[in-house]
Structure formats: structure tokens, C-alpha cells
Design a binder for this molecule. Structure first.
Ligand SMILES: *Cc1c(COP(=O)(O)O)cnc(C)c1O
Length: 387
């Protein structure tokens, strides 16, 4: 398939996936093979061993590269596997600039794994380009950022941040998990690498764990391939198949996620028990203008603060019927969680509140159910817990 010719919705269904030559099977088969017959020693048809390469995985890698408008894709057994692969590029003595509100697992691998290998990290407010610039040192090799961030949905100016990285001869890598390539394509804005947790919107059905790296740089891709094969955190063919099934419906799912989230955000903003709503689609959001520039829509994640105690907010997240109390995000079903005692419990209270993560903050991953049922569910939970 000549990718340039087709729009996102068409590529999400067809890129990387041709009907099987021999049988005509439409869907990429699950190639459950560890090894492949060679025609003569060293003479194979592109595959020799499935850690190195597997045809189901190849189709997924080509599909994801196409969706990010990138030339090369590599898949991993989790989002952390893909993040680890970018860190594999670094050497002892190197320095990384990153956000002070990166995903918890990212913060953990930075501080509890790579700091032990003598790699240094600076955690800064990424919404402030001057703060990013000021954090760079002689030995800074990587700028790692997320946008929108979790759970306050802060927006980082990708083009501005990438320019700072390049002025300092560093790589700019972006975790695009929250936005997905349907809403935001960082490579077009100057980023060198895009990282994904396929576990979230790209898989889309809360039934698979996976990760991916996409780039336009052939040399970088070769390095990623080397580490992918050497470290071995590769996805199996069934996982690759599930994500391929997910990406086919990504555009229609994301449209619905965005529409439902917008309606819930607007409803929450008017609610008397809600102090603040964090959704980049609202004009009241400090990152709204940048988000309008660099995103095609504002996504399905939002958070809000109740005029309530930690215990009352816990009662709210425990009282919903349609929203399930759970961590993670990006599936068709709506999830609700309270960062203070759940995803962000490891941060000391004072530090957490200073970062804007108040006791009553609630995060929701808005699913694609009927918006009226979602709003009625939140309304009932807030009413029963706060009265
Ligand atoms: C979930 C997540 C990850 C980690 O991905 P896994 O697939 O759970 O390993 C990384 N970054 C972000 C933004 C995430 O939401």
C-alpha cells in the first residue's frame, strides 16, 4: 500500500496489511512460530527467529509507523519495554531532561533503574519552555516528554521543546500514549522518536499490553532494532494481532472518546461541587491554545477537583456503576480513579499538593458508552457521596 496516497482512517485499516498471497485471508494471521525454515544455511525469506522478527509483528510495526507518519516502527512487550529501549541509547555520565509529572512507571525506571547506571535526570515543568532550556547541560543527550500529561492534562509545546533539544544536540522523544497519532503526530512537529503504550488507546479494549517506538531516522531505527533483539522485550504474535485489530477502529473510537469527554468536561465545569476541571478542550485550560495548535482534538482523558475531602472523593469513585474504579486508561469502557491514594500514592502529600494533585482530584478515562449514562452515573455518585 502506498501510504502517502491515503488518509488516516484508510491507513488505520490497511497500512501494513495485505491479504495473504496464498489463501486470500484478509486478516494478518497469528504467526505462532519461534523459528523458520531456511532454504540453505543463512538463506531465509526474511525471518529466522521470532524474537528478531515475526510476520504478525512486522504488519503491526508497519501499521503504527504509517499512523505516526514515520518511516520505521518497532514493537515491544509493553510501553515500559519501549521506554527502556530509548534509554538503552544512553551511556554512563549522560543527562536527561524530563517532566516533573511524567507517568509513574517512567519516573520509576529513570530514578530506580537508570540513575544506578550513572545517568542523571532533571525533572522540570515542561509547560515552561524557558525552564526546559535552563535544565540543559553539556552532557544532556535526551529530552523526554509527555503531552497531555497525567493527571492534570498539562500541554507541552512539542515544536518549541524539540527545537530546544536540537539546539542542544539532544534527541527529543515524546510519549504519545494519551493523544494517539489520530490526534497528535509529534514527528511532524520535530520530535525524533515517538513512544507508545499500546496497552491504552491503540489496543483500545483493555485486553493487551504492548509498546512501540516510531522514528524517521534510519540509524536510530537500526539501534532500536538492535536493542529490541538483544534485550528481547518483544510482543508475541497474539498481542500483535490484538493491537492490529484495535488500530482499525482507532479513528471512530477516538472521535467518540473526544465527544464524550468534551460533554462531561462541560457538565462538570457547571457543577456546584466541582472546583476545577482539567481538560485541554476547555477554554479555561491554560494549555488550550497550544493544544488547539498541535492536536486535532482534545482526547478522552480528564480530571477534576471536588470541593470535598480525600475520603469524600474516595466515596465518589467507589459509588459509580458505569465507570469502573481502576487504574489504566484508553479502553472502550469508562474508568475512574483517585490519584492521591492510587496512581500517585508514592508521592509525599506535601509534594503532591504542591504539584496540583489535590486530595479530592479524580481522574477519568472517558469510554465510548452513551454520554447521558456517563453523566448520570457521575451525578449520582457525587450526590450520594457529598450529601
Ligand atoms: C501506561 C503508560 C505507560 C507504560 O505502558 P505499559 O504498557 O503499561 O508498560 C507509559 N506511558 C504512559 C503515558 C502510559 O499511560
Amino acid at each position: 500500500m502506498d501510504d502517502d496516497q491515503f488518509r488516516f482512517e484508510t491507513r488505520s485499516i490497511h497500512a501494513g496489511q495485505e491479504p495473504d498471497e496464498e489463501t486470500g485471508a484478509l486478516m494478518t494471521p497469528i504467526f505462532a512460530n519461534s523459528t523458520y525454515k531456511q532454504d540453505a544455511p543463512g538463506e531465509h525469506r526474511g525471518y529466522e527467529y521470532s524474537r528478531t522478527g515475526n510476520p504478525t509483528r512486522t504488519d503491526l510495526e508497519e501499521n503504527l509507523a504509517s499512523l505516526e507518519n514515520g518511516a520505521y516502527g518497532r514493537c515491544f512487550s509493553s510501553g515500559m519495554g519501549s521506554i527502556n529501549t530509548v534509554l538503552n541509547l544512553l551511556e554512563a555520565g549522560d543527562h536527561v531532561v524530563t517532566g516533573n509529572d511524567v507517568y509513574g512507571g517512567t519516573h520509576r525506571i529513570f530514578t530506580q533503574v537508570y540513575e544506578d547506571y550513572d545517568i542523571e535526570f532533571s525533572f522540570v515543568d515542561m509547560t515552561d519552555l524557558d525552564a526546559i532550556d535552563a535544565a540543559f547541560q553539556e552532557n544532556t543527550e535526551l529530552l523526554w516528554l509527555e503531552t497531555p500529561t497525567n493527571p492534570l492534562m498539562s500541554i507541552v509545546d512539542i515544536e518549541g521543546a524539540a527545537e530546544i533539544a536540537h539546539d542542544n544536540d539532544a534527541l527529543c522523544a515524546i510519549d504519545n500514549t494519551f493523544a494517539t497519532p489520530y490526534l497528535q503526530r509529534p514527528l511532524e512537529l520535530g520530535a525524533d522518536v515517538v513512544s507508545h503504550s499500546l496497552t491504552k488507546y491503540l489496543g483500545g479494549h483493555s485486553d493487551v499490553v504492548g509498546g512501540a517506538l516510531i522514528t524517521n531516522d534510519e540509524e536510530l531505527d537500526e539501534q532500536f532494532g538492535f536493542y529490541q533483539n538483544s534485550v528481547g522485550a518483544t510482543p508475541g504474535p497474539f498481542e500483535s494481532f490484538l493491537v492490529l485489530r484495535g488500530t482499525k477502529t482507532l479513528p471512530v473510537r477516538m472521535d467518540r472518546h473526544c465527544e464524550n469527554a468534551r460533554q462531561i468536561a462541560e457538565w462538570l465545569e457547571e457543577h456546584p461541587d466541582v472546583d476545577q476541571v482539567h481538560y485541554p478542550g476547555l477554554e479555561s485550560h491554560p494549555g488550550h491554545e497550544v493544544a488547539r495548535e498541535q492536536m486535532d482534538d482534545f482526547g478522552g482523558m480528564l480530571s477534576f477537583e471536588l470541593d470535598a475531602s480525600l475520603e469524600e472523593a474516595s466515596e465518589v469513585v467507589s459509588s459509580t456503576d458505569v465507570f469502573t474504579l481502576a487504574e489504566s486508561l484508553g479502553g472502550v469502557e469508562s474508568l475512574i480513579e483517585q490519584p492521591a491514594p492510587m496512581t500517585h500514592a508514592a508521592i509525599p502529600r506535601e509534594e503532591r499538593i504542591e504539584a496540583g494533585l489535590t486530595d479530592s482530584l479524580i481522574r477519568v478515562s472517558v469510554g465510548i458508552e452513551h454520554e447521558d449514562d456517563l453523566i448520570a452515573d457521575l451525578e449520582g455518585a457525587i450526590e450520594s457521596a457529598l450529601d
